[in-house]
Design a protein around this ligand. Structure first.
Ligand SMILES: C[S@@+](CC[C@H](N)C(=O)[O-])C[C@H]1O[C@@H](n2cnc3c(N)ncnc32)[C@H](O)[C@@H]1O
Length: 291
């Protein structure tokens, strides 16, 4: 597996890319075996993530979804607009965005994992979604020029980043003035130190999750405004099990640690969808080069 050039030094990027390439392979095997219950929410069910039944042509992408929410259900995306999906995975949200922007619009998926990019390309081609482009890269250094997006969406990805302030700054950079974001992600309060140090819990979207208040503050610190949580689902023990189990139960977590994990994070981990926008340019007071 080759990661984007600027990622190869970071062990977190490598761990996450390896785990998601393997999780995708397991999801594809399940589909190949005729198992229809897809993986989602880093392992939770599609219903838990808030999706309706997938439309025709999008079933395979839906079954390989690892999201924890449905960011587009909170977005009034219009035909002809540009949507950028951070950590687009196997591409289910890309297909949903393509339906909204129509043939004149543009949908850009960014992901660092080759297997995910390939799966998303195949799913977009099969669905005839020609307006979908896939770009290999990091969400901490997006392969996109500034001020391109009417919408930035992301589904269960930023918790996996080792440098979240950089991701928030990149969202502000690639959004057009007035452009909006809709992000579904995991947040977590007071996780025990041993859990935060677990690579599998990290890959399963738990150990790297920020407390909700820090997440919102990070977006505001990047200059984004109207930052608000529009949906929140605090996971119960069974939902935590679903979050991690489908895709990571056979990824090397010992059973005792596994049960401990579920017991200790119950009530502390939630899926949230966060909305906000990049503000109109502020009055600049005629600083040199500004007016
Ligand atoms: C939990 S999966 C979610 C995938 C997709 N959003 C979905 O809802 O199915 C996380 C995805 O983000 C990608 N990813 C994680 N960290 C990334 C980073 N720093 N830069 C680019 N992609 C990243 C992984 O390769 C994986 O495809």
């Amino acid at each position: 597996m080759t990661l984007p050039e600027n990622a190869s030094q970071d062990p977190v990027h490598r761990l996450v890319a390896e785990q998601y390439a393997a999780a995708l392979e397991r999801a594809q095997k399940r589909q190949g075996a005729g198992c229809c219950g897809g993986s989602s929410a880093c392992g939770a069910s599609a219903a838990l993530a808030g999706y309706e039944a997938p439309s025709e042509g999008a079933e395979q992408a839906a079954a390989a979804s690892f999201g924890c929410g449905n960011p587009l259900s909170f977005a009034e995306v219009l035909p002809g607009q540009t949507v950028i999906d951070l950590g687009s995975g196997a591409g289910y949200d890309l297909l949903l965005a393509a339906q909204k922007v129509g043939p004149e619009g543009r949908v850009i998926g960014i992901d660092m994992t080759d297997a995910m990019l390939e799966a998303a390309r195949n799913h977009a081609k099969a669905a005839g979604a020609h307006q979908v482009q896939l770009r290999k890269g990091l969400i901490e250094a997006m392969p996109v020029a500034a001020e391109q997006a009417d919408w930035v969406i992301s589904n269960c990805v930023i918790n996996l980043s080792p440098d979240k302030p950089k991701v928030f700054a990149e969202i502000a950079r690639v959004l057009k003035t007035g452009g909006q974001f809709r992000i579904s992600d995991i947040v977590a309060e007071d996780l025990p130190a041993w859990l935060k140090a677990s690579p599998i819990a990290y890959a399963a979207c738990v150990a790297g999750a920020l407390p909700e208040s820090l997440y919102l503050q990070g977006l505001r610190d990047a200059g984004l405004v109207d930052v608000a949580v529009v949906s929140r689902l605090v996971y119960d023990p069974e939902q935590i099990r679903a979050l991690v189990e489908t895709d990571f139960a056979d990824a090397g977590l010992e059973p005792t640690l596994w049960n401990s994990l579920i017991g200790q994070v119950s009530g502390k981990v939630a899926s949230v969808t966060v909305t906000g926008r990049k503000p109109e340019a502020a009055g600049c007071g005629c600083a040199p080069g500004c007016c």
